[in-house]
Design a protein around this ligand. Sequence first.
Ligand SMILES: CCCCCCCCCCCCC[C@@H](O)CC(=O)SCCNC(=O)CCNC(=O)[C@H](O)C(C)(C)COP(=O)(O)OP(=O)(O)OC[C@H]1O[C@@H](n2cnc3c(N)ncnc32)[C@H](O)[C@@H]1OP(=O)(O)O
Length: 208
Amino acid sequence: SSWNYRWLVLAIAMVRFYMEKGTHRGLYKSIQKTLKFFQTFALLELVHCLIGIVPTSVIVTGVQVSSRIFMVWLITHSIKPIQNEESVVLFLVAWTVTEITRYSFYTFSLLNHLPYFIKWARYNFFIILYPVGVAGELLTIHAALPYVKKSGMFSIRLPNKYNVSFDYYYFLLITMASYIPLFPQLYFHMLRQRRKVLHGEVIVEKDD
Ligand SMILES: CCCCCCCCCCCCC[C@@H](O)CC(=O)SCCNC(=O)CCNC(=O)[C@H](O)C(C)(C)COP(=O)(O)OP(=O)(O)OC[C@H]1O[C@@H](n2cnc3c(N)ncnc32)[C@H](O)[C@@H]1OP(=O)(O)O
């Protein structure tokens, strides 16, 4: 429940920023510390699945958490010129609304008093918020490409004594392409969960 409260604090900070400044410029900078903290600690969700505290799919959680950590640290934190892109607001809003709903769902479920609206929101909001979040993430990586190419950041060029090379620009292109096979896995997983939780269908998952 404290996670739910913290994501709510982040949402309030974003709304207040926009109301006071009337622009999204500077929004990321003002909330970045909180965002990095929450998203990095989301790694615990993966640990919880791995050690069996929650019965969630390790693969689905792994893809979900790693893509967010990648966006926070290796894209938005590392490439300052893109922090004011509108696409950053897209994924920030999608993540925040999702996490407030999700942690409310967990909290009320644990209390055995789950309001139907929270349950409904948990298994319906994602239908729109997932594509919005993915669009925000892909547009932000796309906006980062010219800076990465120009700066050569995180890249290792030949010749060097280890004889290895790595090009972050091409890594980003591959990452963008990887959304094509990976995102539908997450989306269809949530659609199956929706059918199970809202319509009581029994569904057998094969992924782990
Ligand atoms: C380094 C390079 C990286 C490259 C990456 C390439 C990426 C490729 C594509 C990735 C695209 C991702 C895009 C994404 O970031 C965009 C967005 O997120 S936009 C916003 C919309 N998103 C969502 O709606 C996602 C929401 N996510 C989730 O719901 C979960 O993360 C997920 C694991 C995906 C699904 O969870 P699921 O419904 O399967 O299980 P739960 O964990 O919710 O529930 C299972 C049971 O466990 C109980 N539970 C779980 N956690 C808790 C908790 N903390 N407290 C209490 N109870 C908990 C839960 O109640 C369930 O119990 P029961 O079965 O009894 O109901």
